[in-house]
Design a protein around this ligand. Structure first.
Ligand SMILES: Nc1ncnc2c1ncn2[C@@H]1O[C@H](COP(=O)(O)OP(=O)(O)OP(=O)(O)O)[C@@H](O)[C@H]1O
Length: 248
């Protein structure tokens, strides 16, 4: 693991995190409905800076929906949601875009531009943010090394294995040095060895001070994380959030 190299780039926000500071995310009695029926009702949750949380629950319970609320892709139907201390209901488009830059997202299905090599795919968030990727070449190389993909820098996404794509997705999610990482089933398509490798990367990011929220069905993955880092496991059940039992 190339911890030292990576710290120079990824520790920038982490170093300043006060773990007892304002919540990164706070749900207060939040409800969300796609149609008439409430999918989530009365959800209250606080993610403290630097905390590591899992979100679990049956398929269709609303895990991805809750992550989308955190990323402000969806807005609560009822209740109050604050992201980095700001009530999302008062945010305009620019505020949302600004807050999103502080969040790195790893999706269930990694979306890449298939015609571009990996390095260019990874530097897209920089371009979107108006930064010149050529000035960040060193950071890009460090990130590729950190996720073990230096040798694959010129490969196009369809040439990558499932595990390589997941690690590339994680590298892309953290290229802007986010304070919060949201991962939706990051181990969905990879074997156990690769799951552990991804876990190691996520734990390392958390040790650099980043707040981590992972939605997963994979109880073994959760158990492996619990042996390495203090975590809280939340379960969506009956449309609300509960702390999972000590069996996990
Ligand atoms: N855009 C949408 N419009 C209407 N219903 C939706 C929409 N997105 C999701 N749903 C429904 O909301 C419910 C929760 O979906 P969600 O993806 O949040 O669950 P999940 O817990 O992440 O599931 P899984 O573990 O299978 O990924 C599902 O019944 C789903 O069909």
């Amino acid at each position: 693991m190339r911890t030292v190299e990576t710290r120079s780039h990824l520790g920038q926000n982490g170093r300043h995190i006060h773990r007892d500071g304002p919540s990164v995310i706070e749900f207060e009695n939040v409800a969300y409905s796609y149609g008439n029926d409430a999918l989530l009702a009365d959800v209250s949750l606080r993610l403290a800076p630097g905390s590591f949380h899992f979100l679990t629950g049956p398929s269709g319970a609303g895990k991805s929906t809750l992550l989308k609320l955190c990323y402000m892709e969806l807005m609560p139907t009822r209740g109050r949601l604050s992201v980095f201390g700001r009530d999302v209901s008062g945010m305009g488009r620019d505020d949302i875009a600004h807050s999103r830059r502080r969040i790195g997202v790893v999706h269930q299905e990694c979306q890449f531009l298939d015609h571009l090599p990996l390095t260019e795919n990874l530097s897209l968030p920089l371009t979107v943010a108006g930064r010149d990727p050529s000035g960040e070449a060193q950071n890009l190389q460090e990130l590729l090394g950190w996720v073990g993909l230096k040798a694959r820098a010129g490969a196009r996404p369809p040439e990558l294995s499932g595990g390589e794509r997941q690690r590339a997705a994680l590298a892309r999610a953290v290229i802007m040095d986010p304070e919060l990482i949201l991962a939706d089933e990051p181990t969905g398509n990879v074997d156990w060895e690769m799951s552990l490798r991804l876990l190691q990367l996520l734990v390392e990011l958390n040790r650099l001070g980043k707040t981590v929220l992972i939605a997963t069905h994979d109880l073994n993955f959760i158990r492996a994380a619990k042996s390495q880092v203090p975590t809280r496991v939340l379960r969506i059940s009956n449309r609300s959030l509960q702390l999972a039992g000590a069996d996990l």
